[in-house]
Design a binder for this molecule. Structure first.
Ligand code: MCA
Ligand code: AMP
Length: 443
């Protein structure tokens, strides 16, 4: 069974000795295939395997190795606390596979389709769920994005995003290996590193672009680039304007979710407007459910959708309407010219901080595991750099703020720590005794 490979460029005839540079280390396609082949041999026959998703060539080799072997890969945030890590491994049945980039082996595999990745992401309540993404969905999304952004082997893609989410891993690594563009991963997404990289195509979350705009020299250094792309959270209009003024580029904004991949985007050859995320990618159909004045939940269908939440048929069923549309949970409007605008989220229990999706329930549960905490309510408060910051309201006996944030960090990834903790004598509740987050006092 031979299928067209997902990573078209990587499996092409031409090597590119300088194709990838990740956190300062470079490698070519042949080297990468050798290292991935060694991973694939060890992974063959496993149900799934996990990788410590540091920004490194090892992570890239692990993910490519999983694709060669047809074994889904579970990337784990390197700073995930023990509780979060144990949940991912137990829930996915994956074992952690250490990778030695110096090991090399040939491996001729490549199943036609099937799951490529299992990415863990937070819901409003409970522990993160595993989103199963097929090779077909990934291929469809990358091809649609390559068309939308005129993304080719002539490009050098630059970003420094984490390799355990869609943005950094699917778009930022697999996208380069499918289109054949060179990749520079900067380790961390700092303005100075972006300015020094000399790329043509740049990816960032709004926090990254906000920091770039505040570093005027870095923003000006991006002028020779071809396209700046923003996504994972709303790009504030002043950041859009700042990029235009300093770099001469109007950033292309695109919208997506772990479950749907990227579904709506502005085009390289089309208009870009602050506050708007463009039009649906080819193959994607969208609708606004139960609109009031044109505004309602964005729902969609198309070939980029996930296969389901791993082992959670009820949660998967709930994510779709009776007539088979995916419920994004985002509130949107569609202008007469088809331009989509994301205006909010249906639930306040999903927080977006620095582009990371954080479930209020997961942080509340982590806080409640501390013996001194009796009640906890977590919300996202507006933040000029992060979009939202995680804020915890707790009812607790004799515990300091620092101890609580450290305690959360021992259980969950660092970005899920509350940035501020406010102590209350009781949480506001309605007559039924249900906590009312709307009635929490301002910070
Ligand atoms: C952070 N720090 C804290 C706390 N939080 N200290 C105390 N209490 C806290 N609660 C520390 C950090 O450890 C760090 O320390 C320092 O403060 C600075 O943190 P900060 O500037 O906020 O964060 P950062 O570490 O610089 O990260 C900002 C970031 C990051 C680089 C923008 O948030 C990021 O990588 N975001 C990308 C998320 C992403 O890829 N999302 C895509 C999801 P020290 O300096 O000592 O380390 S996929 C998706 O959404 C869909 C599909 C889509 O559309 O793309
Ligand atoms: P995640 O599953 O981490 O990929 O987060 C998906 C969520 O990020 C979506 O449901 C949106 O709320 C948000 N999001 C992604 N891109 C954008 C964007 N361009 N504008 C506004 N929100 C966005």
């Amino acid at each position: 069974m031979t299928a067209p490979p997902l990573l078209t460029a990587l499996h092409g005839d031409a090597d590119r000795p300088d194709a990838l540079r990740v956190d300062g280390r470079a490698c070519g396609y042949e080297e990468l295939l050798g290292a991935a082949g060694a991973v694939a041999r060890r992974a063959s026959g496993l149900r799934a395997f996990a990788v410590e998703a540091t920004p490194s060539l090892e992570t890239v080799a692990a993910v490519v190795g999983g694709l060669l072997a047809g074994v889904p890969v579970v990337p784990v945030a390197p700073d995930a606390g023990p509780a979060e890590r144990e949940h991912l491994l137990r829930d996915s049945g994956a074992e952690l596979l250490p990778v030695d980039f110096a090991e090399r082996a040939d491996f001729a595999g490549q199943p036609a389709d099937g799951p490529a990745l299992i990415l863990y992401t937070s819901g409003t309540t409970g522990a993160p769920k595993g989103v199963v993404l097929s090779r077909a969905a990934v291929a469809a999304d990358l091809d649609a994005l390559a068309g939308a952004w005129q993304w080719t082997a002539e490009d050098t893609l630059v970003h420094g995003l984490p390799l355990f989410h869609v943005h950094g891993l699917v778009l930022g690594v697999l996208g380069a290996l499918r289109t054949g563009s060179a990749l520079v991963h900067t380790g961390r997404p700092t303005p100075a590193a972006y300015a020094a990289a000399g790329g043509t195509l740049y990816f960032g979350v709004p926090t990254v672009w906000h920091r770039v705009v505040r570093d005027e020299a870095a923003a000006r250094a991006l002028a020779p680039a071809r396209l700046l792309v923003s996504g994972s959270a709303p790009l504030p209009a002043p950041v859009f304007e700042g990029l235009r003024a300093l770099s001469g580029h109007e950033p292309v904004e695109r919208y997506g979710m772990t479950e749907s991949l990227i579904t709506v985007s502005a085009r390289a050859d089309g208009p870009r407007r602050p506050g708007a995320v463009g039009t649906p990618l080819p193959g994607i159909t969208t609708r606004i459910a139960d609109p009031v004045d044109g505004v309602g939940e964005l729902q969609l269908t198309g070939p980029t959708l996930f296969d389901g939440y791993l082992g959670r048929p009820a949660a998967t069923a709930e994510a779709f309407t009776g007539d088979g549309w995916f419920r994004t949970g985002d509130i949107a409007a569609i202008d007469p010219d088809g331009t989509h605008r994301i205006v909010g989220r249906a639930s306040t229990d999903l927080i977006k901080s620095g582009g990371y999706r954080i479930g209020a329930g997961e942080v509340e549960n982590a806080l409640l595991a501390h013996p001194a905490v009796r009640e906890a309510a977590v919300v996202g408060a507006p933040h000029p750099d992060l979009g939202q910051q995680v804020v915890a309201y707790v009812v607790a006996d004799g515990v300091a703020e620092g101890e609580l944030t450290e305690f959360v960090a021992t259980r969950l990834s660092a970005h899920k720590r509350p940035r501020a903790v406010r102590f209350l004598s009781e949480l506001p509740r309605n007559a039924m005794g249900k906590p009312q987050k709307r009635l929490l006092p301002p910070l």
